[in-house]
Design a binder for this molecule. Structure first.
Ligand SMILES: [Zn+2]
Length: 144
């Protein structure tokens, strides 16, 4: 398997890849710690200025964690890799606006509950889809 170039990672971070390429990048990141580290470094250098607060992320992740824990019996513990990825999905999706809608918590928890049966890729797909739906909804709302 070839490693991902920084250019690809940047495009991925900005959601500028087509769907197919995005999925390929995503699954590579799940399998390859080297590329993940490069990617996380990219994120950290870019998102600190306009990110959601660390506090929020911590709270969300701990909510997800406790929810996940109560639904899992002998699953592997929640890894820091997943935590970082979740952080990224909040940051990259520009969720600052969406986070004002408390519904996102339920969405995240619902999606997380599916974690045991779904692949990680489909979780992110669902999350991104819900985000887009919310954003579209809000845009439509403002036009009235
Ligand atoms: Zn790689």
């Amino acid at each position: 398997m070839e490693h991902l170039s920084k250019d690809i990672l940047k495009l991925y971070m900005n959601h500028e890849l087509d769907v197919e390429e995005q999925e390929r990048t995503e699954s590579h990141l799940y399998d390859c710690d080297d590329c993940l580290n490069v990617y996380l470094a990219l994120i950290e250098s870019q998102t600190l200025k306009h990110s959601v607060s660390d506090d929020f992320t911590d709270q969300t992740v701990s909510k997800i964690y406790s929810q996940t824990k109560s639904h899992q019996k002998s699953k592997k513990p929640y890894s820091s890799k997943n935590r970082k990825l979740i952080t990224h999905y909040f940051l990259a999706a520009g969720l600052t606006i969406v986070l004002m809608l408390t519904g996102i918590f339920q969405t995240v928890l619902d999606v997380t509950n599916d974690y045991q049966v779904e692949t990680s890729t489909s979780i992110t797909d669902q999350l991104m889809q819900k985000t887009n739906t919310l954003l579209d909804y809000m845009k439509g709302d403002h036009k009235q």
